[in-house]
Design a protein around this ligand. Structure first.
Ligand code: DC
Length: 213
C-alpha cells in the first residue's frame, strides 16, 4: 500500500498540492478535512450541539458520507458547498477535538486506504498518527498572510480580516488539542509554499515518491 501523507495548517496548499500530486502519480486522493466538516455539517443539520461530545461521537459512527473527486455527500444529501461555509467552518474545530470522532474517522481513513491500495491523503495528523509508515510524509507551511489570502479567495462572501481571524483561531485549536494535534511528523519533508510555485512543489514530491518506490 503506497500512502503519501500531506499535513499542514489551513491554506498551506495541501489540497492543491495533494490533488495535483495524486493526478501526476495516478493515485486516488482523500481530503480528510472534508470528513471532519461532514460531521460538523451533519450535527448542525440534526440540531445537535457540535460541542456536545456524546451525540456527536455517535453521529461519527453512524453517518453515511462520501468524499469523491471534490463532491461531498452526507446521508445522501449533497453538502459540497455547505461544508465550506462559515457555519461549518466555525463548528469544525470543536468536532475535530472530540476523541470519539477522531477514532471513527481514523478507522474510515484506514479502510479507505486499504480499499484503494493507498493514495495521497491530506489532513493534520495523517503522517503523525493515521499512517506513520507512509512512504512519504510532507508537512506544508506558508506565512499567515499568504494562507489567509488563499482562503479569502475561496470564500468570496467573507472579508479577508474575518478569514485571517478564523484561520488563527483554528490553527490554535488544531495545534493545542490533546488528541492528535497538528505537529510535523517524524521524518516529514517540510516545505514553505509562500514563495515556491505549486507546480514546483508537486514535481519535487513526485520525484521523491518515485525515488522511494
Ligand atoms: O483542512 P480543513 O480546513 O478542511 O479541515 C477542517 C478542520 O478539520 C480543521 O479545523 C482541522 C480538522 N482536521 C483534523 O483535525 N484532522 C485532519 N486529519 C483533518 C482536518
Amino acid at each position: 500500500m503506497r500512502v503519501i501523507a500531506i499535513d499542514g495548517p489551513a491554506g498551506s496548499g495541501k489540497s492543491t498540492v495533494g490533488r495535483r500530486l495524486a493526478e501526476r502519480l495516478g493515485l486516488t486522493y482523500l481530503d480528510t478535512g472534508a470528513m471532519y466538516r461532514c460531521i460538523a455539517f451533519a450535527a448542525i443539520r440534526r440540531q445537535i450541539d457540535p460541542a456536545d461530545p456524546d451525540p456527536v461521537g455517535r453521529l461519527a459512527a453512524t453517518v453515511e458520507m462520501s468524499v469523491i473527486d471534490g463532491v461531498v455527500t452526507v446521508d445522501g444529501v449533497d453538502a459540497t458547498l455547505e461544508i465550506r461555509g462559515p457555519e461549518v467552518s466555525r463548528a469544525v474545530s470543536m468536532v475535530a477535538s472530540n476523541p470519539a470522532v477522531r477514532e471513527q474517522l481514523r478507522a474510515r481513513q484506514r479502510s479507505w486506504a486499504t480499499q484503494h491500495g493507498g493514495g495521497v491523503i491530506e489532513g493534520r495528523d495523517i503522517g503523525s498518527v493515521v499512517f506513520p509508515d507512509a512512504i512519504l510524509k510532507v508537512f506544508l507551511t506558508a506565512s499567515p498572510e499568504v494562507r489567509a489570502q488563499r482562503r479569502a479567495k475561496e470564500m468570496t462572501d467573507l472579508e479577508y480580516d474575518q478569514v485571517a481571524a478564523d484561520i488563527a483561531r483554528r490553527d490554535a485549536a488544531d495545534r493545542g488539542r490533546a488528541d492528535s494535534p497538528l505537529v510535523e511528523a517524524d521524518g516529514a519533508v517540510s516545505i514553505d509554499t509562500s514563495t515556491i510555485e505549486i507546480d514546483e512543489v508537486v514535481e519535487l514530491l513526485a520525484a521523491l515518491v518515485e525515488s522511494r518506490s
